[in-house]
Design a protein around this ligand. Structure first.
Ligand code: ZN
Length: 142
């Protein structure tokens, strides 16, 4: 994606906004009135999810401070769901920013002994495994 494409992108053309409105289906792991989280289509680990504010902001620095604070409080909730539901030891957080122009936080379940020197794309065994991972996170009691 070029800089001009990022700058000109509007909420209406945004893939993540379409995922929030459910125009594009996703494997939902969390939803409340302000935030939405779903399994990443290009995972680097199983359970790799993206947390986004429902409101469209291209960059984190454009979002109001309160929303940024709430984003990380929500990330903490989902991390706890992942630890309980998926059984990971911790969750790696990344904000990269340029791949899809809608502010999002990567949440990647990790294991202390996973010995991943570098995160590379992985694939789920099948659609059933995708559903299982989404459900393990989504349906874990808080
Ligand atoms: Zn958007």
């Amino acid at each position: 994606m070029t800089t001009n494409e990022i700058k000109s992108s509007k909420g209406a053309d945004c893939i993540f906004c379409k995922i929030v409105s459910k125009e594009i289906p996703s494997s939902i792991v969390y939803e409340d009135d302000k935030f939405f989280a779903f399994l990443d289509n290009n995972p680097v680990v199983k359970g790799h999810s993206l947390l986004i504010p429902k409101e469209h902001y291209v960059w984190m620095h454009e979002a109001p401070d309160e929303l940024i604070a709430e984003t990380f409080i929500t990330a903490k909730k989902i991390i706890n769901l992942m630890i309980k539901g998926v059984g990971c030891d911790y969750v790696q957080i990344e904000i990269i920013g340029k791949d899809v122009p809608h502010f999002h936080v990567h949440l990647m379940p990790r294991y202390l002994n996973d010995n991943l020197p570098q995160l590379k794309n992985i694939q789920y065994e099948n659609d059933e495994e995708i559903k299982t991972f989404a459900s393990k996170i989504k349906n874990t009691p808080m």
